[in-house]
Design a protein around this ligand. Structure first.
Ligand code: KIV
Length: 269
């Protein structure tokens, strides 16, 4: 498959993502923090570019996402927006920037003005999601492992392993959809739990460490390129292995997600 998708560049929309889900075609997403990678991800046909607060770890060298500020997110969103032509640009609302609806709308407005087309927030905060949607802001929910709650969780581990927790996750996912979210990220949950959520929701579900049966996949870009410092999570994979250049590694990721080859059982729970 060719690496260059930009000859027929058309901006990816929320409606396109829904159509991909309806057609059973997997959605590809990667995190992205700067203009050079935004251009490359677009060239490789990655549909969703996520300016994730994981930049706290992989760009800033912090031990968690908690030190990332709204100003940091605005800066990186603007960098990505400068070069992005096709992929849907989603930006994380960082820690403590959406404590109530008014703060969430004000924070999201800064990200949108920097070029985001959708904002992502952690947890089943349905009233906040509804308030954002009422302002015309597209929202991506995030359930399962919630890195902004690491100090309450204690460690980064697989969530919703027990049937009761899996049922609660499903109910929260349905509530997030009912609140008006257009996309949901599921992080670090058993594959069968994620499969059930993906089937029950009309909106696309993008997994990270959530098995192959989600509607799409996302990874932290620097982890899959093996340029992150330290340990790579089990659910990620070294896509640079055997590739001549970064664009080939990203194209391999895209092809393996589209064909259902990635994630395999070794990257799933
Ligand atoms: O910040 C991030 O990179 C994310 C992904 C883990 C989905 O939210």
């Amino acid at each position: 498959m060719s690496r260059d998708y930009l000859h027929n560049a058309k901006m990816v929309t929320v409606a396109d993502l829904r159509q991909l889900k309806q057609r059973g075609e997997k959605i590809t997403s990667l995190t992205c923090y700067d203009a050079s990678f935004a251009a490359l991800l677009d060239q490789c046909g990655i549909e969703v570019l996520l300016v994730g607060d994981s930049l706290g770890m992989v760009v800033q060298g912090q031990i968690s996402t908690l030190p990332v500020t709204l100003a940091d997110m605005v800066y990186h969103t603007r960098c990505v927006a400068q070069a992005r032509q096709r992929g849907l640009l989603v930006a994380d609302l960082p820690f403590a920037s959406y404590a109530d609806a008014a703060q969430a709308v004000a924070s999201a407005a800064l990200l949108m003005r920097a070029g985001a087309q959708m904002v992502k927030l952690e947890g089943a905060k349905c009233a906040i999601i509804q308030a954002l949607v009422e302002q015309g802001i597209a929202v991506c929910g995030h359930l399962g492992l919630l890195p902004q709650s690491i100090n309450r969780l204690g460690h980064y581990s697989v969530q919703a392993r027990q049937p009761q927790q899996a049922q609660q996750l499903l109910e929260q996912a349905l509530a997030i959809e009912a609140a008006g979210a257009d996309l949901l990220v599921l992080e670090c949950v058993p594959a069968d739990v994620a499969r059930n959520v993906s089937r029950q929701l009309a909106i696309p579900v993008i997994g990270i460490g959530a098995g192959v049966d989600c509607d799409g996949q996302v990874l932290v870009l620097y982890d899959m390129l093996s340029i992150s410092v330290g340990h790579r999570p089990r659910f990620s994979k070294d896509f640079m292995a055997g590739q001549a250049c970064i664009a080939d590694a990203i194209a391999a990721y895209r092809d393996q997600v589209k064909s259902g080859m990635f994630p395999g059982s070794e990257q799933s729970y």
